[in-house]
Design a protein around this ligand. Structure first.
Ligand code: AMP
Ligand code: GLY
Length: 423
């Protein structure tokens, strides 16, 4: 069969890499893809928000399954559109993708269905938001309601900062209409984990556990990024925590969405804060995490294609997923300046050397080809992802790969996986 993957990041490279290994697959396309993906799939120059262009392409090429990577096409309704035309597609419908597209929606859903989460209120006016800030004290967390590419969350340490953030967001200065509504919530302490599961709207099949590293610098310092690295499994998700998340977060959310008339089909991603045996849900995403997808798919032993098909068909009751016992670690190599304004067009050296390393894949995110050579073109440039017998081995292997690769201004965290070692 022919499969189309939508997106162009490290997540989509990992999806294409995994899908291309399936004996069921004859050809993979990626729209718009990136040059690393182009080594495994045919890239097609259609943007992720050009839903009609994607639909035309899928029809013309008789695509058997389309797999959606990023949130934008989901929240624009690509799944609804493809289904109306009788095409098979993996992802959440528009009325379910709102769980990511509106933080106010997802917080209200959690409250209604007793999914553990931080205390909060939703505001559209400055004065009541400030009164609530004064009641909760600092640090306090302020979130733009709409999609803001992972940048719509501010953790304010002082009242002044909190009030200024409320003004900036509600005036539309920082996030435009995405900030016209805000969520103000209690600051939580603990260790974060990413918990992903496939669901058909009734049955829930969890993926292996994972942990992201959102802050740009070692020791979780500096501003948040889309993710500077990830590993799987995440020992913070003990068997007892796993059970609790399945029951109190996943089960209640999937049932709650069904009860709301928004049946959720696809991959549901819960960002969790874990403190001892207490769990709180920070957010939901309607897609695979990036970079989490990279170590997760390297650890997936089962063929992913029948799983994605079963989700798209709406019945995963017979799906079981096998995982490699090995650990996987992904180190993101970023362009100089990221997550602020970053450099572009720097020549990337050493990819061939890294490619020789066993059990290691260099997933491309922000790369471009210039005169036949790879150059940087995005903030997160590469995800160097390795398997190892233990987390320690996977960390060492990933950093050996990283050491082979360089460019002007490159930076990366040196402590990816460190929290797993501490446990
Ligand atoms: P979100 O997009 O809601 O997951 O927020 C992005 C990041 O901000 C999270 O991964 C956390 O690191 C941090 N964060 C969000 N909400 C809270 C909270 N209530 N308390 C502490 N940190 C938070
Ligand atoms: N790595 C965080 C995310 O994909 O949202």
């Amino acid at each position: 069969m022919k499969i189309l993957v939508i997106g162009s990041g490290g997540r989509e490279h990992a999806l294409v890499w995994k899908i291309a290994r399936s004996p069921l697959v004859r050809k993979v396309y990626c729209a718009p893809g990136n040059p690393g993906i182009g080594e495994l799939a045919e890239n097609v120059a259609i943007k992720v928000d050009d839903l009609l262009g994607l639909l035309d392409f899928a029809k013309k090429e008789a695509i058997a399954l389309t797999v959606v990577g990023p949130e934008i096409p989901l929240s624009l309704g690509i799944v609804d559109l493809f289904e109306e035309h009788g095409l098979k597609i993996f992802g959440a419908r528009k009325n379910a993708a709102i769980i990511e597209a509106s933080k106010a929606f997802s917080k209200d859903l959690m409250k209604k269905y007793s999914v553990p989460t931080a205390a909060y209120e939703v505001f559209t006016e400055i004065d009541p938001a400030v009164a609530f800030i004064d009641r909760l004290g600092t640090p306090i967390v302020i979130k733009a309601d709409g999609l803001a590419a992972g940048k719509g969350v501010v953790i304010a340490q002082t009242r002044e900062e909190a009030v200024a953030t409320v003004h900036d967001m509600l005036s539309g200065r920082t996030f435009g209409s995405a900030g016209a509504r805000i969520v103000v919530e209690e600051f939580l302490r603990g260790e974060e984990a990413s918990f992903l599961a496939f669901t058909d709207g009734r049955n829930i099949v969890p993926l292996a556990s994972a942990q992201d590293h959102k802050a740009v610098f070692d020791g979780d310092k500096g501003p948040n990024t889309g993710g500077m690295g990830a590993y799987s499994p995440a020992p913070v998700v003990t068997p007892a925590i796993h059970e609790k998340v399945m029951e109190e977060v996943m089960r209640r959310t999937v049932d709650g969405m069904a009860a709301e008339g928004r049946p959720y089909r696809g991959v549901l991603y819960a960002g969790l804060m874990i403190d001892g045996d207490a769990i709180k849900t920070l957010e939901f995403n309607a897609r695979f995490g990036d970079p989490e997808c990279q170590p997760l798919l390297m650890r997936m032993k089962s063929d992913i294609v029948p799983v994605l098909m079963a989700v798209a068909d709406g019945d995963i009751s017979k799906v079981a997923i096998e995982w490699h016992k090995k650990a996987a670690v992904c180190v993101v190599m970023a362009a100089g300046g990221y997550p602020g304004e970053y450099r572009k067009g720097d020549r990337i050296e050493g990819l061939d050397k890294a490619a020789e390393q066993e059990d290691l894949v260099v997933f491309h995110a922000g790369t471009a080809l210039q005169d036949g050579k790879y150059v940087t073109s995005g903030g997160r440039v590469l995800g160097v992802t390795a398997l190892g017998a233990t987390v320690r081995d996977a960390i060492d292997s990933a950093y050996r790969g990283v050491a082979s690769i360089t460019w002007n201004g490159v930076h990366y965290r040196k402590d990816i996986g460190g929290k797993a070692l501490k446990r």
